[in-house]
Design a protein around this ligand. Structure first.
Ligand code: ADP
Ligand code: MG
Length: 269
C-alpha cells in the first residue's frame, strides 16, 4: 500500500552558536510521518526534542539535511510559500498559561487564528463554537477570559486553536508537562480521540514514554541528538531493543489513567 508521506526528515543536523561556542544538537535525524499517522518522539531532557520541533516548523535552520512538509522544504520556503507553510504546520504550545493573551476572550483568541487581520468573533461564532465543542468545551467559553479557565481548559483551547485552521501537520511538544497528572490524562485522551476523528498527522513529543505510547502509532527514541530506536509504539513499549529505551521505561512511573485502549489491542481484537 502506498502511503502518502506528510513529513520527511532527512539527515537533519542542527546546532547552536558559532565558532568556539558551536554545539551540535541533532546529528543526522532521518524519519518520516505518513499522512494520518502520529509519530511520537521520546527522550530525556536535553536530547534535542524541542530542537527537532523547531526544525519541523522552520524556527531553526538545519546545518545539514532537510525537512519537507508535503514535499516542500521548510527552511527554504520564502514569501507566499513561507506563509503557506505556516498554515501547513501548527505547533501546539507547551504552556497553556502563557500561550493565551489574558486581555482577550477565548472567542477572540480563536477568531484571530482564523483571521489574524480582523479577529471577528461574531462572524466566526459558529465555527468557533464548533471547535470548542470538538475539544469538549462548553459553547459559552467563547465569552470567557483565560483566567476564568483552568489549565486543562486552556490547553483544550490551545488545541482547538492549533487544529481549526486545518493544518497538514500538528506538532505537540510536551503539551501536557505543565498540567497535573489527572488533567494530563484528560488532555491525552482528548488528543487520542481527536487524532482518529480528524485523521490528524502529528508529531507528538514527550520525555515520558508511557505518555507517548498512548497517542502514537510509531515512536522514535532520541538520545543525545541521535535516533537509537524506532518502531511501532506497542513493540517499543513491550519489547524495547535498546538499553536507553529500557532506561526510559524504567524511569516512568506509569501512564496517567487512560480510558482508551492503545490502537494495537483494538486491531488485534
Ligand atoms: P529537549 O527538548 O529534548 O529537552 P532541546 O532541544 O531543548 O532538548 O535541547 C537540546 C540541547 O540543545 C540542550 O543541550 C540545550 O541546552 C541546547 N539548546 C537548546 N536551545 C538552545 C539555544 N537556543 N542555544 C544554545 N543551545 C541550545
Ligand atoms: Mg523540550
Amino acid at each position: 500500500m502506498d502511503e502518502e508521506i506528510a513529513v520527511e526528515v532527512s539527515g537533519l543536523e542542527v546546532g547552536y552558536g558559532w565558532g568556539r561556542n558551536a554545539t551540535r544538537v541533532l546529528h543526522g535525524i532521518t524519519m518520516e510521518v505518513a499522512t494520518g499517522r502520529t509519530v511520537g518522539v521520546v527522550g530525556e531532557s536535553g536530547s534535542g526534542k524541542s530542537t527537532l520541533a523547531k526544525a519541523l516548523v522552520g524556527l531553526v535552520r538545519p546545518t545539514a539535511g532537510s525537512v519537507r512538509i508535503g514535499g516542500v522544504h521548510v527552511s527554504s520556503a520564502r514569501g507566499a510559500d513561507r506563509r503557506a507553510m505556516r498554515r501547513k504546520v501548527q505547533m501546539i504550545p507547551q504552556d497553556p498559561y502563557s500561550s493565551l493573551d489574558p486581555r482577550r476572550t477565548i472567542g477572540e483568541a480563536l477568531a484571530e487564528a482564523l483571521d489574524p487581520r480582523r479577529a471577528n468573533v461574531k462572524k466566526h461564532a459558529d465555527e468557533i463554537v464548533h471547535w470548542l465543542e470538538t475539544v469538549r468545551m462548553p459553547a459559552d467559553t467563547i465569552g470567557r477570559h483565560p483566567h476564568e479557565c483552568s489549565g486543562g481548559q486552556r490547553q483544550r483551547v490551545a488545541i482547538a486553536r492549533g487544529l481549526m485552521i486545518r493544518p497538514e501537520v500538528v506538532i505537540a511538544d510536551e503539551i501536557t508537562s505543565a498540567l497535573d497528572v489527572s488533567v494530563q490524562a484528560e488532555i491525552l485522551n482528548l488528543l487520542a480521540k481527536l487524532r482518529r476523528e480528524l485523521n490528524l498527522t502529528m508529531v507528538f513529543i514527550s520525555h515520558n514514554l508511557a505518555v507517548v505510547r498512548q497517542v502514537s502509532d510509531e515512536v522514535v527514541v532520541l538520545y543525545r541528538g541521535d535516533i537509537v530506536e524506532q518502531g511501532p509504539a506497542a513493540d517499543l513499549y513491550q519489547r524495547p531493543q535498546h538499553d536507553y529505551t529500557r532506561t526510559l521505561l524504567d524511569s516512568v512511573p506509569g501512564a496517567p489513567g487512560f480510558d482508551i485502549q492503545p490502537r494495537h489491542r483494538k486491531d488485534a481484537a
